[in-house]
Design a binder for this molecule. Sequence first.
Ligand code: NDP
Length: 491
Amino acid sequence: METRLFIHGDFFDAAGGARFADIEPATEREIARVASASAADIDRAVVAAREAFDRGPWPRMTAEARGKILGRFADGIERRARELGTLEARDVGKPLSECINHDVARAARNIRFFAAAAETWTQEAAQSDAKFLGRDLRLMNVTTRPPIGVGVIIIPWNSPIMLATWNLGPCLAAGNTCVMKPSELAPLSSIALGAIANEAGVPPGVLNIVPGLGEAGAALVANPQVDAIAFTGGIATGRRVMAAAAESLKRVTLELGGKSPNLVFADADLRLAAAGVARSIYRSQGQSCVAGSRLLVDERIAEDLIAALKREIAKLKVGDPLADGTEYGPLISAAHRERVHRFVAEAVASGAKLIAGGEARKSPAVGFYYAPTILDHVDSKSKAAHEEIFGPVLTIERFASEADAIEQANATRYGLAAYLWSTNIDRALRVAEQIKTGMVWVNSFFLRDLRTPFGGAKLSGLGRQGGRYALEFWTEPKLICLAYGAEDHDG
Ligand code: NDP
């Protein structure tokens, strides 16, 4: 397993030899000591990316030529699906089958999709008339889309390989070079991408990977040689990133947290809704930006739905992420489990009713497990009601009418996603239009078409990823205006 920094196509120890411990959530044991990038390492990585952009072949290749290399990169990810999936399962605590069949499969698809998207992206041209120095002219205004330069990609720990490639895909396909920093809590699958990029023929310096602590991220975003930053993480860090980027006016896109509602109407297919709500909050143990952490339910069906949710929890196969059939693993760290529990304990102390969970799991005995939790009657002033918990905690609110449901759904600072469960298409579309989130799913959870915009409104983020939205972010629209005579004066 590689644990060093990847700079200019080679693996290095950090300057000064600093390393941090990487703990496996299911065993609570150290699985690796990972090189921790210092400010000097960050500078070196940015210089490598700068040099590769300013003088290297990558930005000067056609999208087709880059696409061939990225295709081999995606093949390499697929060939190592089991190895990468196992690294991810051990590092993050997600079930192995989900890591292999979803996250790693999506990682390869992310790279392939954006290579194809860049290759099939056509540029715009506009024609107009003008007069210049007494001559009648026609203008052919061509908008080209050169890459923006050196990109910084900062990702969190909850879905590292998926989020790394979701950002690397458009960044590299558009012709940029980059420095990527994974989270110190789950850096292994990101580091493994370095060797795969080398085998695929990605030129040295195009992709640099610098595991490190938060300070490494801060040094990266402050570096004046960086042109654009794609940050995925929490709101507080997102604010710091944006403030640092303002200094040298770097382009920034932020994918932040959520407090996404599940709205279940009385006309919903109750079994589908219960299974969907459970999946939306307990998949990845709730450590997902799009987790459906708030249940808003028509008061007439609330008790039936709660009973169905309890049955869904009872069915969940909790256990070792590496074991066959496991659906629910541990949280990322002891500190995170404590944080999740503080939300629950505070809500219960201020009157919430615990319907399920609310404590560390007794079995398995080792690992940062926390039981799937449901809280009812949560005081609207308690933190559990309005802050992102990023854990397996579902809060319940009841509504009496459609208007009431919409008002409650929108009564949050976040605006990432919403899930509507209804068999009435008129209602579903009417409500979807009025929910202030970047994404709304009707009778489903988080199904993705990679061409569509991904991102949040309000405090959930800035900008959109996915399809052409990501390619637009990673390119600099440039006008080339060609003037030519409107009439033939030469006979
Ligand atoms: P953090 O914001 O704590 O960290 C995200 C990344 O930023 C990490 O790599 C971290 O490094 C790095 N970092 C920390 N401080 C700085 C700094 N000052 N400047 C630059 N980078 C810095 O988030 P978490 O890792 O705890 O991830 C959870 C959050 O991510 C949740 O809020 C979740 O909702 C959000 N998220 C959003 C998604 C979306 O697409 N909208 C998708 C997935 C998650 P280190 O960890 O080493 O400190």
